[in-house]
Design a binder for this molecule. Sequence first.
Ligand SMILES: Cc1cc2nc3c(=O)[nH]c(=O)nc-3n(C[C@H](O)[C@H](O)[C@H](O)COP(=O)(O)OP(=O)(O)OC[C@H]3O[C@@H](n4cnc5c(N)ncnc54)[C@H](O)[C@@H]3O)c2cc1C
Length: 382
Amino acid sequence: MDFTLAPADEALRLRAEHFAREVLEPRARAADEQACFDREVLALYGASGLLGAQIPRALGGAGLSHLQFALSMIELGAVDSSWRGFGTVQSALCGQLLLANATPAQQQAWLPDLAAGKRIFAYALTEPESGSDVTALATEAVRDGDGWRLNGEKIWITNGGIADVILVFATTDRAAGKRGVSCFAVRGDAAGLTSSRMEGEHLGHRGADHARLRLKDVRATAADLVGPLNDGFKVAMSGLEHGRLGVASGAVGIQLGCFRAVREFLRTRRQFGQRLGDFQLLQKELADMHVRLEATRLLTLRAAATRDAGGDNRHEVSVAKYAACEAAVKSADAAVLLFGSRGYSTTASVGRYLRDAKGLQIYEGTAQIQSLLIGRHLIGRE
Ligand SMILES: Cc1cc2nc3c(=O)[nH]c(=O)nc-3n(C[C@H](O)[C@H](O)[C@H](O)COP(=O)(O)OP(=O)(O)OC[C@H]3O[C@@H](n4cnc5c(N)ncnc54)[C@H](O)[C@@H]3O)c2cc1C
């Protein structure tokens, strides 16, 4: 076991930190306050090479290891969870799903554009009556000549309103339950597909696009099927394995962002004639933040390294996501209090970190679902 980063990994981490500080940081507050998705950032993200993540260079990707992907997500998450979330959906949830399941022709058609940020991808699983229970999909794909007709509704789909390609999961054989689900690549401008912004002001990830999608007789052909017919549940899970690593890393990033901000604040803000950081009570708060950050960073990098070594890391990913998201909420909550009244306004980033951290606890398998998966694994019930 070697806990130091290899020079190539540290170089990648520095590149991600530079991108986050130079491109994301100056725009993060405005994106949060104005709830807008910035296409200029997308072009810069694509040009940075980071969006290509683990996609092989031969397919236009960056050829990163899973460890390097996690390091990049930590650095982006330390600055802006909306863009970290975009990267997780595009590169991991969709990119890794396509790498594992798409045909060579589909990969050639989609992955170079995905890596360059020239086409936006979305992953559409959740429905009004199918959230944690992903086997209860009401969206249906019914045979129609040599293709299918898709009908149904999807909610909270990240990138759903701006995507060029949406990976839609639909029931193709209702009697077969989760062995009767298939994945279809639907064009964002497909006839019969409409999108609208998810209602209400969102707690966090305000710089991201979250859509409600309605599919009414949307046509799909065999060329749009991703992975084998009726094996869509496995296809969905193959994306989530990687997406959850991105979320765990993002949660470590939120803690890193909070830690950096709080340490600087404790060093400079003075009360009672001393720096706040001179009060032992507040040193303990910083120590607790540091310990949570280091512990969950190691869990997350272990999950990534397990996969790089060729192992099955699903358990390690669930452990990392569960621990890191809980820790992110705790540390962001502490950071808001430590900033005093400043923490209660968007002038400081810590309030945004807290709002974003709640999202990480919910998507790609809630905290309870992760603990169920962990418990099941420990008791021997997969
Ligand atoms: C910001 C954001 C982005 C998202 N992006 C996407 C996306 O890109 N694509 C996509 O498909 N979906 C997306 N989602 C949806 C997300 O994946 C779901 O919200 C999540 O899976 C939970 O489903 P639900 O909201 O229906 O909650 P429910 O499943 O209704 O759960 C409600 C509560 O009950 C708990 N619960 C449920 N079942 C159990 C059980 N068996 N035991 C114990 N507790 C249980 C849950 O943990 C939760 O606390 C996104 C959501 C958010 C907030």
